[in-house]
Design a protein around this ligand. Sequence first.
Ligand code: NAD
Ligand code: TDX
Length: 349
Amino acid sequence: EKYDKTILITGGAGFIGSHVIRLFVNKYPNYKIVNLDKLTYAGNLFNTQDIEKQTNYSFIKADINDKENLNAIFKTYQITDVIHLAAESHVDRSISGPMDFIQTNIVGTANLLEIARNTWKENPGVFYHISTDEVYGSLGKEGFFTENTAYDPRSPYSASKASSDHLVRAYFHTYKLPIKISNCSNNYGSHQFPEKLIPLMIHNIKQKKSLPIYGKGDNIRDWLWVEDHARAIDVVFHKGKLGETYNIGGWNEWTNIDLVHQLCKIMDEKLGNPVGTSAKLITHVTDRAGHDQRYAIDATKIKKELGWIPSITFEEGLEKTVVWYLQNQDWLKNVTSGEYADYYEKNYN
Ligand code: NAD
Ligand code: TDX
C-alpha cells in the first residue's frame, strides 16, 4: 500500500466530519484517510456506513485526550497530515457542563499539536484546525466577521474553541508547525444530531411536538450547507496558505423564527398537511443564557484567494435536508433513543 498522504481526520463520525471523510475517501484514492473518533453521544458509525468498506479508509475508536494512544496511532499509521474536527460542539451542553468542552476542545487539541510537533520533526505535514464563527462573539445589526475581527467568545463552547485556535496559531509562530485554520458559520444538512436547531425542528414537526424557540426568536445565524463546508475544507487543505485563517460562510442570514416558519412550510408540503399546521406548534421558551444576537461571516477572502463559493442555495439545501431526514427515520430513531432521550426530557420538558 502506497499512498501520497495518510490524513488523520478527527471527529469523522460526527456531523461535519462524516461529510469531510466521505468527500476525501471518494475524491482521493491516492490518500489514506484515518478517521479517529471517540464515538461520544454525537458520533455515530452509521454516518460513514457508505464508505466504510473502501480500501483507503480506516476507523479508530480513540479519545484525543489519551495522549499515549494518539502518539502510538501517529507512529503506527505514519500520519502525514491532520484535519482536526473532534470537539464537543453543542452550546447548550457547554452551558450546563463546561468541563468536557475545556477538556476535549482545549486539552485534546493541545495533545494533537504536541504529537504533531514531536513526530513531524523532519518533514512536517499540514495541521488543519476546524473552527467556528462563534469565536468572534456577537454582532449587532451591522457588520460582518472578517479574519481580522478580534476574538470575543461568550459561551464556554466558543471560549474553548477560541482557546484552541490561539494554541494552534501559537504552534505556528513558536514551533513553525505548518497550520491552517478555518472559521465557519452554522452548518446544516444530513446526519446532523437532532439537538441542533434545524434537525430538532424537523424531528419535532414530524412528531407533532412543540417547537421550542429561545426568547423572541430574533437571533440571527448565518447558514451554510454542510457539503459546501466540506468542499471549502478540501480547498483550504490543498490551497490555503500556511499560518493563515479563512472564514467560511454562505452570505445567508436568517432569524431563528423566520427559519422555523420556512421549515414548517416545507414540512407541511411534504407531509401533505393543510397550510399553517406545523407553525401552530411554535412555542417561545426561556432564552439561552448569554445568547449571541447575530453571526454573519464575510467570506470574501476564501472566495477571492481560493475561488470557493457555495454550490447551492439555502432553499435547495433546506429541501434536500428535510427529504433526507424524512427518508432516514431509522437513523433518527437510533440517535434519539438512549442518551438523547434523557437529554431532551431534562431540557425541554
Ligand atoms: P459533532 O458534535 O456532530 O461531532 C463531533 C465529533 O467529535 C463526534 O463524532 C464525537 O464523537 C467526536 N469527539 C468528541 N469528543 C471527542 C474526543 N475527546 N476524542 C475523539 N473524538 C471526539 O460536531 P460537528 O457539528 O460535526 O462539528 C465538527 C467541528 O466543526 C467541531 O470542531 C466544531 O467546533 C466545528 N464547527 C461546527 C459548526 C456547526 O455548525 N456544526 C460550525 C463551525 C465549526
Ligand atoms: O431548541 C432550540 N431553540 C432555539 O431557538 C435550539 C437547539 C436552538 N435555538 C436557537 C439558538 C441559536 O440562536 O437556534 C440557533 C441555532 O442554535 P444551535 O443549532 O444550537 O446552533 P448555535 O448555537 O448557533 O451553534 C452552532 O453553530 C456554530 C453549532 O452548534 C456550533 O458547533 C457551531 O460552532
